[in-house]
Design a protein. Structure first.
Length: 383
């Protein structure tokens, strides 16, 4: 019975946060939450698709392309898993499996996805299936692969590590979680011998990958408010690492940076959160907040540099740096390019395929975009 109640709660918050902001819930009754209309401006950046490939069908927050060397790995909810040439988009290998809930994670040798029943699948460098292992519960966040493990974060707030060669469970770490959690753009990150992950309780955790020992844990943002909805403070997007600095951002919360070389001491914290995540050019952090205002923060001290409100309530994706711009996708399938220097609108490109919910991935000279209809595009920015 408890499991059914928990599933209902997770499904409910997934629906309520389909736009991942209050605008999606109240837009019909309160014009303050209406998406801003697109405005005309003089483009100052040339953007165009370099290639486009159909890799399956469907999309979602748990599906983010991953670049390894000169290849890009990609998966879709329909059960398609593929590796493409990054320069041309040509398919190097492709396999079909059962419907998926999350993917992909890859180190170029092992590529992992998760089925809707919580089974972790691993494929070799030519798409040959290596092993299958059952996760503790559903997985809606892309796995990560490296350091000899395939790691997943499950819906019951466990991080589980499977041996990359055999699929045997090596360790797991579990933390208590809130009554409600978001289904949004979230990712874990691997460092040499370490795994960094955000949690639904507003915390970051650093785990030793050989042993599963927790090396460090700290709060990005504390839950606030009287109701379960008001108290959602999930760490969203991918935690960022620049030198010895680790940064995380949370939904309706804060963005906080820590110094790992000093035991994880907080360096700064700003009252700016995000619904989908952030990116960095190693001088600034860029993030769309819960109302799709895009912020630039100084990486050194968290000081606000600019805010762009022209895309208010357009349900923006996690951003990526693209040449002189920072790129975001919106609910109508548009890509927007904003100046990294001052936030000015530089270019706009209609991608189509429904809302862009997958996090954008920066590549040399542009971005990778995975669409809601199962396409992967490489878009060039600046030439």
């Amino acid at each position: 019975m408890y499991a059914r109640i928990r599933f209902f709660r997770l499904a409910l918050i997934g629906l309520l946060s389909g736009s991942l902001a209050a605008c999606g819930l109240f837009a019909d009754t309160d014009p303050r939450f209406d998406p801003a209309p697109l405005t005309e401006y003089a483009p100052s950046l040339a953007v165009a698709p370099r290639w486009s490939a159909s890799v399956g069908s469907g999309g979602g927050y748990g599906f983010i392309p991953q670049v390894t060397g000169d290849a890009v790995q990609v998966a879709t909810p329909s059960g398609s898993v593929a590796a493409l040439d990054l320069a041309s988009g040509a398919v190097r290998w492709q396999v079909r499996t059962e419907p998926l809930s999350a993917g992909v994670g890859s180190d170029g040798q092992v590529t992992a996805v998760v089925t809707q029943s919580g089974e972790v699948l691993a494929f070799g460098p030519q798409g040959t299936e290596l092993w299958r292992s059952q996760a503790a519960s559903a997985v809606n966040i892309p796995p990560v692969v490296g350091n000899g493990i395939v790691a997943v974060r499950t819906s019951d707030y466990r991080i589980q590590a499977f041996d990359a060669a055999s699929g045997k469970l090596r360790w797991e770490v579990q933390r208590p979680g809130p009554a409600l959690a978001l289904r949004t753009s979230m990712r874990m990150r691997l460092l040499p011998d370490l795994l960094l992950a955000g949690l639904p309780n507003g915390r970051l955790i650093l785990i030793d990958t050989p042993t599963g020992a927790v090396r460090w844990e700290a709060s990005v943002s504390a839950a606030r408010g009287a109701s379960d909805l008001e108290r959602i403070a999930d760490v969203v997007g991918e935690p960022l690492i620049v030198g010895t600095q680790v940064c995380g951002t949370s939904y309706q919360g804060r963005t906080t940076c820590f110094d790992i070389s000093q035991g994880g001491r907080p360096i700064w914290s700003q009252e700016v959160g995000s619904a989908t995540g952030m990116t960095t050019d190693e001088q600034r952090l860029y993030l769309p907040d819960d109302r799709s205002r895009v912020h630039a923060l100084n990486l050194t001290d968290g000081g606000g540099l600019w805010v762009q409100s022209a895309l208010l309530n357009r349900q923006l994706s996690a951003p990526a740096v693209a040449g002189p711009a920072v790129a975001v996708g919106d609910f109508e399938g548009y890509l927007h390019f904003l100046s990294r220097a001052d936030g000015a609108l530089m270019a706009r490109l209609r991608i189509g395929g429904g809302p862009i919910t997958s996090a954008l991935v920066g590549v040399p000279g542009g971005v990778l975009v995975q669409t809601g209809d199962g396409r992967l595009l490489r878009v060039g920015a600046g030439g």
